[in-house]
Design a protein around this ligand. Structure first.
Ligand code: ASP
Length: 346
């Protein structure tokens, strides 16, 4: 007789709205502890899973998330990797896409599900979306295919009706329950009456030992263009002390002003060894540097194309690659390569 094995899931509770309650005095939402969270979702106990949890003390609003927290999450997954079938990370929505992208790079050879979720309304509220998100995240983390392999073998964001690849998703709404979307990559699953997996878009990994790289170099930044930006401002930002990598958020298909001073400032920064990655401000589509003269001038100045990467993926990828102590030319090489599904190769 074969005994069916109960899925073993580890919940890593970092904070966010999902676990928040109202401070009776100030009426502001503030993080509460995990017992409160589980008390409010008695349905979890109906799942026939072995569930353990670890939590950040204190739980944090994800606006306070930084690479040291990503490191803590990655190390917790590494420490418990062999003992669990899947991991659910409860996280605030504000920086969830950054964490998902960062973890996708930090957890090399990941072949188990790491499902990140949260909610727009605290789990104790009557109309909360947190309960369904948590239950579905647990089900996705426990799901296996006909051969007994995890269905999801990557970092993913589960929110309301969709499961998205973590390094392809962006927070799109501050108040809609469907808060996340991935414009340049299809959903990994659609959540309705059933969880419909989109097999063609799921990443399948050959079994290899998990390798966790936690050094992230924070000497990187966004530089978002706006009409009217002056030479003085641009030059000042490009001379930020210690800066190694910049995600330049350009217009449309990767365009910038074509003033000679603009291209000159950018070119000089590249010559100083700063890696500049061109990523579009548009949420849909990507950079095509050969389409317009201005995009081409950037390419000639040594700026590399971020293609269809999200800005969250691009900035965390820069942190990761510089964290690996790669030279600027190696960083450039890897920035235009697909490391873990974050980029569509043309
Ligand atoms: N400020 C909260 C956070 O990101 C918002 C949320 O959880 O939705 O932690």
């Amino acid at each position: 007789m074969t005994m069916s094995k109960r899925p073993k899931i580890l919940i890593i509770y970092t904070g966010g709205t999902i676990g928040m309650i109202e401070n009776p005095e100030t009426r502001a939402l503030q993080p509460f502890n995990f017992d409160h969270l589980m008390d409010n979702v008695p349905k979890v106990k109906k799942l026939d899973y072995d569930i353990d949890n670890i939590q950040f003390t204190p739980p944090i609003d994800s606006s306070n998330m930084d690479p040291t927290h990503w490191r803590d999450i990655a190390l917790a997954i590494e420490e418990h990797y062999d003992r669990y079938d899947g991991f659910v990370v409860l996280h605030g929505t504000d920086t969830m896409a950054f964490t998902a992208s960062a973890l996708s790079f930090m957890l090399e050879n990941l072949s188990k599900p790491v499902i990140i979720t949260g909610s727009q309304l605290p789990i104790g509220e009557v109309r909360t979306d947190g309960e369904e998100n948590l239950i579905t995240a647990l089900q996705v983390a426990a799901a296996i295919d006909e051969k007994g392999r995890p269905r999801v073998q990557e970092v993913a964001i589960l929110f309301e009706n969709y499961l998205w690849r973590g390094n392809r998703a962006t927070k799109m709404s501050a108040d809609n329950f469907n808060a996340f979307k991935s414009f340049n990559y299809p959903e990994l699953a659609e959540i309705g009456l059933d969880i419909e997996y989109n097999e063609a878009s799921l990443r399948k990994m050959p079994p290899r030992p998990l390798r966790v790289c936690t050094d992230m170099d924070t000497n990187v930044m966004f530089l978002e263009l706006n009409p009217g930006m002056t030479e003085q401002t641009l030059d000042y930002l490009l001379h930020t002390p210690g800066i190694k990598g910049i995600v330049l958020k350009t217009y449309g298909a990767g365009n910038t002003p074509s003033h000679p001073w603009f291209i000159k400032c950018i070119k000089e920064a590249v010559e100083r060894g700063v890696v500049i990655v061109n990523v579009t401000q548009c949420v849909n589509g990507g950079v095509n540097c050969t389409l317009y003269e201005t995009g081409k001038a950037l390419l000639d100045a040594g700026v590399i194309s971020g293609a269809d990467m999200t800005s969250e993926a691009a900035i965390t990828k820069l942190m990761f690659l510089f964290g690996m102590r790669y030279s600027p030319s190696m960083v450039k090489k890897y920035m235009v390569s697909d490391l873990c599904g974050e980029l569509t190769m043309s």
